[in-house]
Design a protein around this ligand. Structure first.
Ligand SMILES: [Zn+2]
Length: 103
């Protein structure tokens, strides 16, 4: 009996996936329009179309919330710029009155 394993039986494969299925949120999906198949580009998992639709709806809602927060920050920044501008105008007018006229 031989303990030598013939090389023909050995097969080495490499795994090029960047995420493991258990660690992946499957946010990078691939749609096969012909077969109606949804897979994850990162881990290669097969996903149900319903799951993919739900995930996309959640991501869309998160993106809308983010856009709303950015709009709110922009509105507050605009308001603050107007306040500071009015304050600066007031200081300029007051300063102009107090300064002695140079002749
Ligand atoms: Zn994945």
């Amino acid at each position: 009996m031989s303990s030598v394993i013939p090389f023909a039986r050995l097969r080495v494969t490499t795994d090029n996936r960047t995420h493991r299925p258990g660690e992946c949120a499957h946010h990078n999906i691939k749609l096969d329009s012909r077969g109606g198949i949804v897979t994850c580009r990162d881990c290669g998992a097969s996903l149900s179309p319903f799951w993919a639709l739900t995930m996309l709806a959640e991501q869309y809602e998160l993106a809308l919330d983010h856009a709303r927060r950015l709009e709110d920050r922009l509105a507050r920044a605009d308001s603050r710029i107007l306040e500071l501008s009015a304050e600066l105008d007031g200081q300029t007018r007051t300063k102009g009155r107090l300064e002695p006229a140079s002749t």
